[in-house]
Structure formats: C-alpha cells, structure tokens
Design a protein around this ligand. Structure first.
Ligand code: ZN
Length: 402
C-alpha cells in the first residue's frame, strides 16, 4: 500500500496532465529519471468536499470538439488543418476515433508557440467583445458565451502569455461535482483540476506528463504516444451505501463506499451524527483515516499496542477532530464516536481496494494483522495494531504549485 491522501483547495487551475501506466512509468523512469522520478504508476481519485468542484477530464467526443473549434476557435482549425478537423467530424462510434483525436491533439501540442499565442490572442479578443464588454477575463456566466468559452477566458487570465492549455481545454470534458461525488482517473487520461475543494487519493508516484496550464516541461512525444484518446465523460461515483447494522444507521452512522476499477485503493465516507457511534468492520488491508469535520474518538480493536497521534502517546482509543489523520493497520476494527452537541463527524477512509482481495484471495482472516500481505508494499506498514498518525499527509488545504 503506497498511497498519498491530500486535501486540495484549488483557486487557480492546476496543470492539464496525465499519469503513465505501470509499464510506461518504468520505461520513462529508466530513460529520464530526472523528469520521471519513480517507476510507479499513479491512479487517482478526486472526492468533492464542497459543491461546485470543477475539473477537465478525458476527451470530449470528436464531433463535439470539431463543432466547438469551428464555433469558437477558427484560428485553431487553421492551425490544425481542415483535414484534421474533418477527420474529427467524420469519426463515429463505428470508426475508431482514436487516430483522429490523436492527430488533432498532437498537432495542437506541437504547434509552434508563436502561432498558439496569436491564436489565443485573437480568440480571447473576440470572446471578450462577445461577452458584452465583460473583458475582465473572469468569464463566468458571461452573456453569450458557452461554458467552454467562458473557461477559455478564465484560463487565459490565469495563464496569460499563450499557454497551449487554454486551447487544449476545448478538447476535454468539463465536469462539475457536488459534495460527496467523485471521479477517478485511470492511467493515461488527461485531466486538470480547475476550482473547488477535494480530497485527493492516489497511488504514491511523482510521474506527471503535462499538457498545458503550466510553465513546466511538456513532453509532447509521450503525450502523443500514450494518451488513451478514448472519448467520453468520466464515470461519476456517488458512493454506495455500505450495509451496516440497521440500528447503527438509525442512530446516525452512515458509510458510503467509492470503489474505482483499479486495485490500488478505495475510499469510504463515514458520517457520524453528533452523539452517535458506529463500527467500521476490519479491512483486509491497512487504512488511512482523514477527519474532515466534527469531533469525537476512534477506538481500535483487533490491534494490540498504543501508537502516536500528533505526538501524543495514546492507547487504542484516540480523540480526533477536524484535520486529524490516522493510520490503521490491517484487520483492525474501528469504532467511531461523535461528541454530543458537536457538528457531525465526517471522515474519509482510504483502504486497499476490495478488488485486490477478490483477485488475489483473502490474505488473512479478519482480526489478524499481516500488513505485509496487503497491497504489495510493506515499507509503510511497520505498525502492528492500534491507531497512528500519518505524518506525511497534508493536513491543511493547500493550493499546489503545478
Ligand atoms: Zn493527476
């Protein structure tokens, strides 16, 4: 289990990026260890913790991209060539849209910077005029502009000076999530977080292939050769209710499961009304718990020894509050108790994905603690039982540099 859990508060869009799959990560790391610092892949999931989280995820349908370019960005049509845009228009579900998408997107990413810059200038000038004199660049809800056009103005105001990502945004799906909704990103899918608050869970890796909205290196060859170019909206996970003892649900203890289709991790959202408590059954693997709100305690059983929380020596029971992060070894049952009179306790629990255990078989009985068997990496798991803080996680919302 090599996971990173972080809270992001995004004000300014983060770079358009993708992450290589395991095989490609190994290859890139071997060839360019400075650019690709490790050989691990990086599936990730974004769980919205406030309404209105915005992101760009995966490619739009080719026809939609072509229509948008003809409407909004004739300069880009000229840059890519009529042939490339016609190929987008004529590709259908029967025909493989991959080649048309790859050609058009690669042509954009490899166009010379001066042409990109002048195309953006012309498009932005036209959209600003169209937005009824609203040339502030904010663009949100500007009259006469569609959402992608408003976004072009906003991204250009955040990344002025001809960043190709401003135009690349026209190729990608705009996704908006409300609190409690999540999207996951498989390997080699382009994405960018634009605004809002999320808990982000990902396999630990530093490997990022960037495609704009960044001053950093853009690896156009890798983009061209590795992106999936599979158009379509990403699946939005709503969280499925975990069957619990009925009594607990009535008493205000609710657990929702977000399970992406890859083995690395899944996430549970635990909601405990003030004065209530409930039991989270032991997981076959270890868990990381992040407390987003409320106050109370967590009691571990199935483990044996006391551990640390924010520097304090503690027994199997720890007091928790907003911002606490706990490490829970495999096979530990956790009882959540929310303090009466306080706001509900809300916690996010990242665990090894159940798919992993289905595929590889149960590695030990519930209650046993053999963390080395879970998730294929024992280095982070020297703890045996009890609950401990995870020092490396970021506890506070931050706007990450990209
Ligand atoms: Zn990412």
């Amino acid at each position: 289990m090599r996971l990173t859990v972080q809270v992001l508060s995004v004000n300014k869009a983060l770079s358009i990026q993708s992450h290589p799959d395991k095989q490609l990560a190994e290859q890139l790391h071997a060839q360019h260890p400075k650019l690709y610092p490790d050989d691990n892949h990086k599936p990730e999931m974004a769980l919205a913790i406030s309404d209105g989280f915005e992101a760009l995820c995966s490619f739009r349908q080719p026809q939609a991209i072509a229509a948008q370019l003809r409407k909004t960005a004739p300069e880009v049509v000229q840059l890519l060539g009529q042939g490339a845009v016609e190929a987008l228009e004529s590709s259908s579900a029967q025909q493989e849209p991959k080649e048309a998408l790859r050609n058009a997107f690669s042509a954009l990413m490899t166009a010379n910077p001066a042409s990109i810059s002048s195309a953006i200038d012309a498009i932005v000038a036209r959209l600003s005029t169209q937005a009824n004199g609203s040339s502030s660049g904010q663009g949100n809800g500007a009259a006469g502009l569609d959402p992608h056009e408003s976004l072009v103005l906003r991204l250009n105001s955040q990344y002025p000076g001809g960043d190709v990502g401003v135009l690349a945004s026209l190729f990608l799906n705009r996704v908006s999530l409300n609190s409690g909704q999540a999207v996951y990103l498989a390997a080699n899918e382009p994405h960018a977080y634009l605004a809002g608050e999320i808990v982000e869970v990902m396999a630990s890796s530093d490997n990022v292939v960037r495609a704009g909205l960044t001053p950093k290196f853009k690896d156009c060859d890798v983009l061209r050769n590795t992106l999936t170019y599979r158009p379509g909206l990403p699946e939005v996970l709503q969280g499925t209710s975990l069957p619990l003892v009925e009594k607990e649900e009535k008493q205000g203890f609710q657990v929702s499961l977000y399970r992406p289709p890859f083995e690395e991790f899944e996430v549970l959202r635990v909601h405990v009304a003030g004065g209530s408590s409930g039991v989270l059954p032991p997981n076959e693997g270890p868990m990381i718990v992040l407390v987003q709100g409320g106050k109370g305690s967590m009691q571990a059983s199935g483990g044996s020894v006391s551990k640390h929380l924010c520097g304090e020596e503690l027994q199997e029971r720890v007091d928790v509050a907003r911002g606490c992060v706990l490490f829970v070894p495999a096979g530990t049952q956790l009882t959540f108790t929310s303090t009466p009179g306080e706001e509900p306790m809300l916690a996010w629990v990242s665990a090894v994905n159940g798919i992993f255990f289905q595929l590889h078989g149960a590695v030990h009985g519930a209650g046993g603690a053999n963390p080395a068997a879970a998730g294929g990496g024992a280095e982070a798991l020297s703890l045996q039982g009890g609950v401990a803080a995870v020092p490396t996680s970021q506890l506070q919302g931050s706007s990450m540099a990209n």
